[in-house]
Design a protein around this ligand. Structure first.
Ligand SMILES: Cc1ncc(COP(=O)(O)O)c(C=O)c1O
Length: 343
């Protein structure tokens, strides 16, 4: 069985494991005060090309989303997210459990735009309702689409006009930035969003996300929030070591490029077979629509998510490639799919 279920089926890139082993017996300060974490933060600031940002390393995506949103919002304030957004459908109400409503917005391609947000602001008029305050987006989105620079500029301007916070979940930021359709640089982000994170877990790290807080008003006391949410790790060094390795050279981007290349191979070859896709997704997640009979045949050798029923005979499946996906397995999947279509 070979898995196209997600990009965290494998462990970690060997360079990261080696770095963890090599530093194993060193004694370090706890709670992110170790020299690896401090160096990783400095390095990330260099890569982002800005010193005036706060960077905190956390262990996972849900933890980062809930710690950040709970810290950024006042008790009566709410977040807005596309209905497909990860915080809405896949985080067990983690944000809501911190006391903040998430307002769901239908967005065909998983991306929010000012025109989708205006009706939400118009509908929330006074203190008898929650106050929409934060826009949650992810790049790439839950359905594999990516944000272009001008789309983020529009969202940023909208936030400035309406005194809103723009938060970008970057669990798959590597894949988004390495997409053939991307026109953003890592260093563009502080100009565009108030906070974002760089996902390590889904891009070759064992675990780890680097939260970057750009707007001064969101920075205060963040380590208190981390501690209170159980996110300030005694062995914080483990996160520092990993991010140092990911960003020392180009490993973070090389790994994302590999994942994207494998997805592109699937996308191109499946298109040649006249297979249609549920969404236009130029990143490492694709959503081909195939018949139920083909799905049953493929499931004999491969695991993947059945994403959405399209009609009584067809469903969209989700294929996710990773930093470690093997090219020969992708080629074998394509062959097996061709054979399944014939029979
Ligand atoms: C966009 C996005 N954000 C956040 C998460 C949550 O990450 P974790 O499973 O590490 O909590 C995921 C997980 O798949 C995700 O896809």
């Amino acid at each position: 069985m070979y898995s196209f279920k997600n990009d965290y089926s494998e462990g970690a890139h060997p360079s990261i494991l080696n770095a963890l082993i090599e530093s194993n017996f060193e004694q370090e300060e706890g709670y992110g005060e170790d020299h690896y974490t401090r160096k990783a933060v400095e390095l990330l600031k260099e890569r982002i090309d800005l010193n005036d940002i706060d960077i905190h390393l956390l262990s996972g995506g849900t933890q980062t989303n809930l710690t950040a949103l709970a810290a950024f919002l006042r008790p009566h304030e709410a977040a807005m997210a596309a209905s497909t957004g990860h915080i809405l459908g896949h985080e067990t109400g983690a944000i809501e459990a911190t006391g903040h409503k998430i307002i769901s917005i239908e967005a065909e391609d998983g991306k929010l735009t000012p025109s989708l947000l205006i009706p939400v602001l118009d509908a929330h008029t006074d203190e008898h309702m929650v106050k929409p305050k934060l826009i949650y987006i992810s790049n790439s989105t839950e359905i594999g689409s990516i944000y272009k620079k001008n789309e983020l500029e529009q969202l940023r301007d909208f936030c400035h006009e309406n005194n809103l916070i723009l938060f970008m979940d970057g669990a798959r930021l590597g894949s988004a930035l390495c997409s053939g359709e991307n026109d953003l640089k890592l260093s563009d982000l502080p100009e565009l969003v108030d906070a974002f994170y760089i996902g390590g877990t889904k891009n070759g790290a064992l675990i780890g996300e680097a939260l970057v807080i750009c707007h001064d008003s969101l920075k205060e006391d963040f380590r208190y929030h981390l501690k209170q949410r159980g996110a300030l790790l005694a062995k914080g060094r483990l996160l520092g070591i990993q991010f140092l390795e990911l960003f020392r050279d180009n490993l973070f981007f090389d790994l994302a490029m590999h994942a994207n290349k494998m997805a592109e191979m699937l996308r191109v070859e499946l298109s040649k077979l006249n297979i249609k896709f549920l969404t236009q997704s130029p990143s490492n997640q694709i959503f081909p629509i195939v018949s139920n009979a083909v799905i049953t045949e493929l499931q004999r050798k491969y695991s993947f998510h059945i994403w959405e029923k399209v009609d009584s005979d067809h469903s969209a499946i989700r294929l996710v490639t990773s930093w470690a996906t093997k090219e020969d397995k992708v080629a074998a999947f394509i062959e097996d799919l061709k054979n399944a279509l014939i029979y």
